[in-house]
Design a protein around this ligand. Structure first.
Ligand SMILES: Cc1cc2nc3c(=O)[nH]c(=O)nc-3n(C[C@H](O)[C@H](O)[C@H](O)COP(=O)(O)OP(=O)(O)OC[C@H]3O[C@@H](n4cnc5c(N)ncnc54)[C@H](O)[C@@H]3O)c2cc1C
Ligand SMILES: *[C@@H]1O[C@H](CO)[C@@H](O)[C@H](O)[C@H]1NC(C)=O
Ligand SMILES: *[C@@H]1O[C@H](CO)[C@@H](O)[C@H](O)[C@H]1NC(C)=O
Ligand SMILES: *[C@@H]1O[C@H](CO)[C@@H](O)[C@H](O)[C@H]1NC(C)=O
Length: 382
């Protein structure tokens, strides 16, 4: 049994930033991570061509900037290098291969009691802690929707988190289900590697360029969101034209408002729209049924495929292991309290990175959490 002041669960960007900030306040802490490395999402679960979608100024962890000569949109490998530098600079030492399995608040002892699995030794280790930070991410488990007849599909099916490159799909007919940023980019990657690529676009999306989003995020610091939204939609319509004949329509709510109210991001075009216009990537409606290799779509189209990529998003799994979750998480593992009050629960419980606000949101969460814990500890010792 290990007694600690503060336990951080997860060594992704959010957990690492929390550890760094606590070090700055000289608050001792332990950070545990179920995988064998930090930033596992970026190291092992992201496709090769991925770059940060947002400008680098919106993607920094606290207390360390990117090198001055870094490109505006940081490629995946550079981001991983940044995480490594961050860990070295702040001397962060996560306990890897340590997966938190259950956690309950002990009302008598006034502390959190945690069971974790030491995956290397195949044994449980117990912790008690006064403060607990859940930095387990929104992308903890893959979300694959029920599709009627999917089990009869003889080809390969993979989730976007396991997709690396379109290289091995050369000459294959591949269907991408899901039209968020991952789905749209994977459809492009497949086509550019010589696969016959189709994508299911089920609901309205805001197609934008990365420059428009960067401009929008900058303007949103000074202007009301609806004004910024109008500007972005005008700009995007000018650049892309009317895409409705390709099955792409815009949501009623503008891109910035949509993000802030629902967490849904605009799609940043990497060239997919151009290939859709040329007919190189085919757009399909919702899948209604699968029978063998044949996929049936809502409009009645039937097309045969060799492989299916599910770019259908992720689930948080934090609510599976945390009991006494009433003060923090709903049944989807997301914060109950609305942004920006979401980060603090009761009895020394905190969360960061669960409010669908990306790396910029993580930086804000972590600042709040570290200050709060520092105040609490200060008031105990006085
Ligand atoms: C393809 C893709 C592109 C993205 N691009 C951007 C972008 O450009 N800009 C941006 O701001 N955001 C982007 N995001 C969002 C991205 O998720 C966050 O920016 C960031 O990675 C979140 O950090 P995190 O630490 O909260 O979560 P994660 O990076 O997911 O880290 C959580 C960690 O917790 C660990 N963990 C989970 N459960 C347990 C447990 N029970 N016990 C121990 N450890 C556990 C996990 O293994 C993981 O390492 C992107 C996401 C994806 C999927
Ligand atoms: C770490 O885990 C990944 C899979 O998640 C695996 O591919 C890799 O080989 C492992 N590395 C080490 C050093 O064990
Ligand atoms: C690609 O797939 C579509 C169906 O989605 C089909 O109509 C077309 O003929 C295929 N093209 C090639 C080159 O195989
Ligand atoms: C708390 O988590 C449990 C699973 O452990 C879940 O069944 C329950 O709905 C959650 N409570 C709330 C308030 O979301």
């Amino acid at each position: 049994m290990e007694n600690v002041t503060m336990l951080i669960v997860g060594a992704g960007p959010a957990g690492l930033a929390t550890a760094a900030c606590l070090s700055q306040f000289s608050i001792s802490h332990v950070i545990v991570e179920r995988e064998n490395c930090s930033g596992s999402l970026w190291r092992h679960r992201a496709y090769d061509r991925l770059k940060l979608h947002l400008g680098k100024e919106f993607c920094e962890l606290l207390h360390m900037s990117y090198p001055a000569d870094a490109t505006t949109y940081i490629p995946k490998n550079m981001f991983v290098k940044y995480l490594d530098d961050y860990i070295e600079h702040f001397n962060i030492q996560p306990k890897y291969l340590t997966s938190v399995e259950s956690c309950i608040y002990d009302n008598d002892k006034k502390c959190w009691s945690i069971k974790a699995l030491d995956m290397a030794k195949c044994m449980t280790t117990d912790f008690t802690t006064q403060f607990l930070v859940m930095a387990t991410g929104e992308n903890s488990a893959e979300n694959i929707p029920m599709v009627s007849g999917l089990q009869s599909f003889p080809g390969e099916t993979i989730h976007s988190r396991n997709y690396k490159s379109g290289e091995r799909f050369y000459g294959k007919k591949v269907l991408v289900i899901g039209s968020g940023n991952s789905g749209m980019e994977i459809a492009y990657d497949l086509a550019s590697h010589g696969a016959n690529s189709s994508i299911v676009i089920r609901s309205p999306i805001h197609v934008m360029t990365k420059e428009l989003i960067r401009l929008g995020m900058t303007l949103a610091r000074h202007l009301p969101l609806h004004l910024v939204d109008n500007l972005l939609v005008m700009g995007a319509n000018y650049i892309f034209g009317d895409l409705s004949r390709y099955g792409i329509t815009r949501p009623k709510l503008g891109p910035m408002s949509l993000k802030s109210r629902t967490g849904r991001s605009a799609v940043i075009d990497v060239g997919t729209v151009g290939l859709i216009k040329k007919g190189i990537i085919k757009v399909q409606r919702e899948v209604t049924n699968i029978k063998g290799r044949t996929v049936e779509f809502q409009c009645g189209n039937k097309v045969s495929f060799d492989a299916i990529v599910f770019a259908t998003g992720y689930k948080s799994t934090t609510n599976i292991w945390i009991k006494n979750n009433e003060s923090m998480l709903n049944e989807n593992g997301m914060p109950i309290k609305e942004y920006p009050k979401h980060w603090k629960g009761e009895n020394g419980l905190y969360c960061t990175g669960l409010a669908r606000t990306g790396l910029a949101g993580i930086a804000m969460d972590v600042k709040n959490i570290a200050n709060d814990i520092n105040d609490m500890i200060g008031s105990f010792s006085n």
